[in-house]
Write a protein that binds this ligand. Structure first.
Ligand SMILES: *Cc1c(COP(=O)(O)O)cnc(C)c1O
Length: 387
C-alpha cells in the first residue's frame, strides 16, 4: 500500500486531508512524494515559523538531541529555563508554564485564572467570558471555552463556567460582567473563526473592565503569537497589558510546545503540585524554540509588517476579492467564491493555502518567506481567485 492507502486504512479519520503526501522541503518550498513542488502559504497552520528545516533551527535541535532529549520536570534543564527568560523579556511578564499544545496552554490559562480568583475571593467566582467565533482548542474544557455552537455538540457534558460575548460588542460585554466572572479570554485576531480583527475600542474596554473589577485579561496567542502579526504578541499592537498569555503553534518552529505566561498578579498563583505536564518544557522543543524566539527582534518584525503590506497591496488589486482582514502574516481573503474550492485549485497548481470559516482563504506563510517564493505563490493565487 502507498502512504495514502495506509493512512486511510489505519489512521483515525478525524481530518479531511487534501489529496497530497508531502515528503520534504526547505524554507517555504515543499515537495510531494512524486517530486511535485508546492509554495507553502500555510506553514503547517502557523507552526513552521521559519519554514521547513531552517538551518539555524535544525542546528539547535540537533545539538540538544545529542545532549539529553528528556529528563522529566523533577529536574532542571538549561533550554527550558533560558526559553522562559526570553519569553519574559519579550513580554515584561514574570513566569512561564510549559505544555505541548495550544489546547493544553489554554487549559493551563483557564486553571490559573480560576485559581487566582479562588485564592483571593473563594468559591463562586469562576466564570470566564469568551467571544463568539473564538477558537480555544479541542479538549472538553477548551471546546466549552470556544464560542461556536457547532463545537458544543456530541461530546457533552462540557465544562460549565463559560459565557460568550459577540466580538466588538462593548454594550453586551458590560451587561455580561457579573460577580461570578473571574476572567475574559480572547484572541486579538480570531484565527479559526474567520480571521476577524478585534477593534481597539473593544480591547481597551476589556482592559478597563478588567482593571476596575480585578477580572483577569487572558489573551490566547496560540495562533497570533511569536511574531505572526508583526509584534512579538498580537496584544502588543493594542497597547494592553494582559494578566495571562497562552501560546503554542509557531513557538518551537515545528516541535510540539505550548506555554502559559503569567503577569505580576499571578506570580504566586502557580504553586508546586498545582499543575504539571510530563513533556512540558522538553529540552529539544525548548532548544528549537530558543532558536526561533531569539531571532524575533524589532528589525525582523518590521520585515514581517513590510511583507504584510506588500501582500495586501497586491491582493487588493485583484478581481473577485471583496475584503482582506488580519494583520501581519495572518491574513484572511474574502472573495465571491468558495474558499475550499480555491484551496483545492491552488493545490493542483502548486500552492498550499488555508481556509477559515468556509468563506475565507487564510494565509499564514512562514515569517521568513523569501520575496521569490512569495511572488511565485501570489501568481498562482491570483490566477485561481481571478478565474
Ligand atoms: C490552534 C489553536 C488552538 C489549539 O491549539 P492545538 O495546538 O491544536 O491544541 C487554540 N487557540 C487558538 C487561537 C488556535 O489557533
Amino acid at each position: 500500500m502507498n502512504t495514502k492507502e495506509l493512512d486511510n486504512k489505519f489512521v483515525a479519520h478525524s481530518y479531511g486531508r487534501f489529496d497530497v503526501c508531502l515528503s520534504k522541503g526547505k524554507g517555504s518550498t515543499l515537495y510531494d512524494e512524486n517530486g511535485k513542488k508546492y509554495i507553502d502559504f500555510g506553514s503547517g497552520i502557523g507552526v513552521t515559523a521559519f519554514g521547513i528545516c531552517d538551518d539555524e533551527w535544525v542546528k539547535a535541535v540537533e545539538e540538544q538531541l545529542t545532549k539529553v532529549q528528556h529528563t522529566s520536570n523533577l529536574y532542571y534543564t538549561e533550554p527550558c529555563a533560558q526559553l522562559a527568560e526570553l519569553l519574559c523579556e519579550k513580554t515584561g511578564m514574570c513566569k512561564v508554564f510549559f505544555g505541548n499544545s495550544g489546547a493544553e496552554a489554554n487549559e493551563g490559562a483557564i486553571k490559573f485564572a480560576r485559581k487566582y480568583s479562588f485564592d483571593k475571593y473563594g468559591e463562586g467566582r469562576s466564570t470566564i467570558i469568551t467571544l463568539v467565533d473564538s477558537f480555544h482548542g479541542r479538549t472538553i474544557t477548551t471546546l466549552a471555552a470556544t464560542g461556536q455552537e457547532c463545537f458544543h455538540k456530541t461530546f457533552g457534558p462540557f465544562t460549565p463556567g463559560f459565557k460568550y460575548c459577540p466580538a466588538n460588542d462593548i454594550e453586551k460585554l458590560n451587561e455580561m460582567i457579573t460577580d461570578d466572572v473571574c476572567a475574559i479570554m480572547f484572541e486579538c485576531i480570531q484565527g479559526e473563526g474567520g480571521v476577524n480583527n478585534l477593534s481597539t475600542e473593544f480591547v481597551k474596554e476589556i482592559e478597563k473592565i478588567a482593571n476596575e473589577k480585578d477580572i483577569l485579561m487572558v489573551v490566547d496567542e496560540v495562533q497570533t503569537g511569536n511574531g505572526r502579526t508583526g509584534k512579538y504578541f498580537a496584544y502588543q499592537n493594542f497597547g494592553i497589558k494582559p494578566d495571562i498569555v497562552s501560546t503554542a503553534k509557531g513557538l518551537a518552529g515545528g516541535l510540539p510546545m505550548g506555554a502559559v505566561i503569567f503577569g505580576d498578579k499571578l506570580k504566586d498563583t502557580v504553586t508546586p503540585g498545582s499543575h504539571g505536564s510530563t513533556f512540558g518544557g522538553n529540552p529539544i522543543a525548548a532548544a528549537g524554540a530558543i532558536s526561533i524566539v531569539k531571532r524575533l527582534d524589532d528589525d525582523f518584525l518590521i520585515g514581517v509588517s513590510e511583507k504584510s503590506k506588500y501582500i495586501i497591496n497586491e491582493i487588493s488589486k485583484w478581481k473577485n476579492v471583496e475584503s482582506i482582514s488580519g494583520m501581519g502574516l495572518m491574513l484572511g481573503i474574502l472573495t465571491n467564491k468558495d474558499a475550499g474550492e480555491i484551496a483545492k485549485e491552488c493545490l493542483q497548481k502548486g500552492l498550499l493555502v488555508l481556509t477559515a470559516h468556509k468563506n475565507k482563504v487564510r494565509l499564514l506563510p512562514a515569517l521568513n518567506i523569501s520575496f521569490g517564493e512569495l511572488n511565485e505563490g501570489l501568481k498562482i493565487l491570483k490566477e485561481v481567485i481571478e478565474k
